[in-house]
Design a protein around this ligand. Structure first.
Ligand SMILES: CC(=O)SCCNC(=O)CCNC(=O)[C@H](O)C(C)(C)COP(=O)(O)OP(=O)(O)OC[C@H]1O[C@@H](n2cnc3c(N)ncnc32)[C@H](O)[C@@H]1OP(=O)(O)O
Ligand SMILES: O=CC(=O)O
Ligand SMILES: [Mg+2]
Length: 714
């Protein structure tokens, strides 16, 4: 390690910072490392104090439960207030954030999340602002298939897709007369859209839905731009295209504005355990901020080079030029306060606060965008959007605000350039949400219900009160519904409308698009102006929900609602005897998902995976879902619902199953043959066996230590 400002910096990180990150900035390496050293000296002790406070509160809660069990709701509430965990009141006050891009303030739509460690995916995500409805319907179960698809392009499936798209257009953009299914051609100019039907011409029932056009040139190629609820839709006209030829009016595709915003994730979807890993992740963010990122890969036997898309040019409805963003507005998720990284150590060998390093590096990279030096603009409003996860209560949010202000000073950025997205995913934040928002009133650009971490934290917080309900039952528990509602109430009460995002959580079944279409519409109906999707295809299909639902209208209906905060304190405890079969099934389900995720994290350095559950349904697993599964088993073990022998045996059996499921996966390190020698298996067991004492039930310490061992051995 080279020494810089008294810091020991991993050589790869140092090379990246000095040879890539800083090359276009008026900030030298020395100033950069001094800035980091100063920030570390100033903030690491403050962070440690807040982490100690977390531990102190949890210890007191554990003690209280040991004496009172769950107690009565009144006793529990009074205890939490006295403890200082629950602030006596939690009244919302208006936020004052400025310079927020319309994608955040004004346009309800899907929010995509992408691991920063995979440039190919990150580029795909940036470009997922526009997605093909045809592709999303053709390639998923969103449209049931009644036949085996022919290789290449299947015309029968194509006809099914065209009919489904026509039906959606009739629903979302109805014609004054007739149906889109009867259209023989679409022509548009600055005066509007003319649709030719067999019986004559017609137009849109609501001409205000016409937003513009491009082309058509001599060969009839062009695009018709429509708009509904702030989202654009392009009918791509190309009669010579394979699909356009088949379409009754030459429509080769229907493009939906899809991932309005994207979170480039440095947190729960990545496995970054050292300087090398952190460097790779930072490089992706820098490349997105400069617009220079590319990824080269072979797909369908062809070498493909992927880069970010340009903006899209149209003639607007009145005849003026209209430029629409070609890329999703990018946010970046830093790690939480509890993380440290070996990428940089202080002079005495201690790991630096990873959140401090993240804030400095990600903000420095964003300076290219802020200065207009990037190939394309990300924030037109001149802001940098940093999502901060796993904060416990208002004091921790206040510390993030101080950190961001300090980073701005170090980088010479105008005050309040760095905005903060608050993950509402720890219980102490949820129950004091108005205070947490107020602590960042002039920076906050979202609150988002990260229900996965939130479930893990719920289990850990009430760990000592008794055994908790099975994972699948959490969704319908009182605390969760109240938390989801109250998050919206507090945000609306804090004047988020037209200023910031009220976000909702991840769709965690990446292949189950029919289910998603049916269920995820609930989120905009609950008042969410964005909700998380795991892939660009899911973004395109989820966009249909925002085309259907006028979220701004929903806000008007919800104004003034005040969900009872005490309902968040209803503990998700088992109130019935479980049958042996139920307990075994729950144990197996959780053991299998832990192993299926951990083996790829520890063995392959993959931070987010689709892991099939016992019924074969692929589930998105990341650190937050791991936190739930490991806390659940640890809780059952603690309360004797299951015993350690059974847990160990179950893990051994599930290891063999997971090996089978991954057979043929390149580089996959099998576990079952040598359980003792498998870092992944040991990590999985340790997560459960230490889950009782691990601060807040977090998983990073165990994962990181075993991944580092696996890397060393490799
Ligand atoms: C609780 C929380 O914190 S949730 C937030 C963390 N979770 C996430 O970030 C989930 C992000 N999603 C993912 O990582 C992935 O979608 C997974 C792991 C769930 C599934 O990945 P895979 O099995 O590789 O997906 P699959 O094979 O179906 O599709 C791959 C294609 O989809 C694209 N893709 C999949 N997910 C994404 C994504 N999130 N962003 C951009 N592109 C994506 C890939 O680029 C690839 O397309 P390409 O071949 O043209 O490059
Ligand atoms: O970060 C998201 C969550 O659900 O946790
Ligand atoms: Mg989370």
């Amino acid at each position: 390690m080279a020494s810089n400002a008294g810091l020991q910096v991993d050589p790869q990180l140092r090379q990246f910072v000095e040879g890539e990150l800083l090359t276009g900035l008026d900030l030298g390496p020395e100033a950069f490392w001094h800035a980091l050293a100063d920030l570390q000296a100033r903030f690491a002790p403050r962070i440690s104090e807040l982490l100690a406070r977390r531990d102190e509160l949890q210890a007191r809660i554990d003690d209280w439960h040991a004496t009172h069990g769950a107690g009565t709701p009144q006793q529990y509430r009074a205890f939490l207030v006295e403890l200082g965990y629950l602030l006596p009141t939690d009244d919302a006050a208006p936020i004052s954030v400025g310079d927020v891009d319309p994608e955040i303030a004004e346009i309800p739509g899907p929010q995509l999340v992408v691991p920063a460690t995979v440039p190919r995916y990150a580029l795909n995500a940036a470009n997922a602002r526009w997605g093909s409805l045809y592709d999303a319907l053709y390639g998923t179960d969103a449209l049931p298939s009644d036949h085996e698809l022919a290789p290449g392009y299947d015309e029968q499936r194509g006809a099914q897709v065209i009919a489904a798209a026509d039906a959606l257009l009739d629903e979302l953009f109805p014609l004054a007369a007739g149906s889109h299914a009867e259209a023989r051609s679409y022509t548009a100019d600055e005066r509007g859209l003319v649709v030719f039907l067999p019986g004559g011409e017609t137009g849109l029932a609501d001409s205000a839905q016409f937003a513009g056009f491009r082309g058509a040139d001599g060969d009839g190629r062009g695009g018709v731009l429509l708009r509904r609820n702030g989202l654009h839709v392009e009918l791509t006209i190309d009669p010579a295209h394979r699909v356009g030829r088949q379409h009754h009016a030459g429509v080769a595709d229907v493009l939906l504005e899809s991932a309005i915003t994207t979170i480039v994730d440095l947190e729960d979807s990545v496995a970054t355990v050292d300087g090398e890993d952190k460097t790779n992740a930072y490089r992706t963010w820098l490349g997105l901020m400069t617009g220079e990122l590319t990824a080269t890969f072979v797909k369908g036997g062809k070498e493909t080079v992927r880069s970010v898309h340009a903006d899209r040019e149209y003639t607007g409805a009145g005849g003026d030029p209209l430029t629409l963003p070609g890329r999703s507005l990018l946010l970046v998720r830093n790690v939480g306060h509890h993380m440290t990284t070996s990428a940089v150590r202080t002079a005495d060998g201690a790991e630096v606060a990873e959140g401090v390093l993240d804030a400095l590096v990600t903000a420095a990279a964003a300076r290219y965008d802020l200065a207009g030096a990037g190939r394309h603009s990300n924030s037109r409003a001149g802001s940098v959007y940093i999502v901060k996860p796993k904060q416990h209560g208002p004091d921790e949010v206040a510390l993030t605000v101080e950190l961001f202000a300090a980073v701005e000073e170090k980088l010479g950025l105008p005050a309040k350039t760095l905005k903060i997205g608050i993950m509402d995913e720890e219980r102490r934040t949820s129950v004091n949400l108005a205070h947490a928002v107020a602590a960042a009133a002039d920076r906050v650009i979202f609150v988002n219900t990260g229900f996965l971490d939130r479930t893990g934290d719920e289990i850990h917080t009430c760990f000592a009160a008794g055994p908790v309900i099975p994972k699948g039952d959490m969704k319908s528990s009182v605390w969760l519904g109240s938390y989801e509602d109250r998050n919206v109430d507090v945000a609306l009460g804090s004047s988020f409308a037209h200023r910031a995002q009220i976000g909702k959580g991840m769709w965690a079944k990446p292949a189950a698009m029919a289910d998603m279409l049916e269920q995820k519409v609930a989120q905009p109906r609950q008042g969410a102006n964005c909700a998380w999707v795991p892939s660009p295809t899911a973004a395109t299909l989820h966009a249909l929900h925002y085309l259907r639902t006028d979220v701004h209208g929903v806000w008007n209906e919800l104004a003034g609602r005040a969900t009872d905060r005490d309902r968040l304190l209803v503990l998700p405890l088992l109130d019935r005897e479980l049958s042996t079969e139920e307990a075994t099934h729950e144990l197996e389900t959780n053991a299998q998902s832990i192993l299926g995720y951990v083996v790829r994290w520890v063995g392959l350095g993959i931070g987010c995976s689709t892991v099939p559950d016992l019924e074969g349904v692929g589930l998105m697993e990341d650190r937050a879902t791991l936190r739930i599964s490991s806390q659940l088993i640890a809780n059952w073990l603690h309360h004797g619902v299951v015993d350690e022998r059974t847990v160990r045996d179950t893990f051994a059996r599930m290891a063999a199953l997971v090996d089978e499921q991954n057979e043929g996966e390149p580089g996959y390190p099998p576990m079952a043959k040598d359980l003792e020698g498998s870092e992944s298996f040991q990590a999985a067991l340790e997560l459960v066996l230490t889950g009782r004492t691990e601060p807040n039930g977090y998983t990073e310490r165990v994962l990181t230590s075993w991944r580092q061992k696996a890397k060393q051995r490799a």
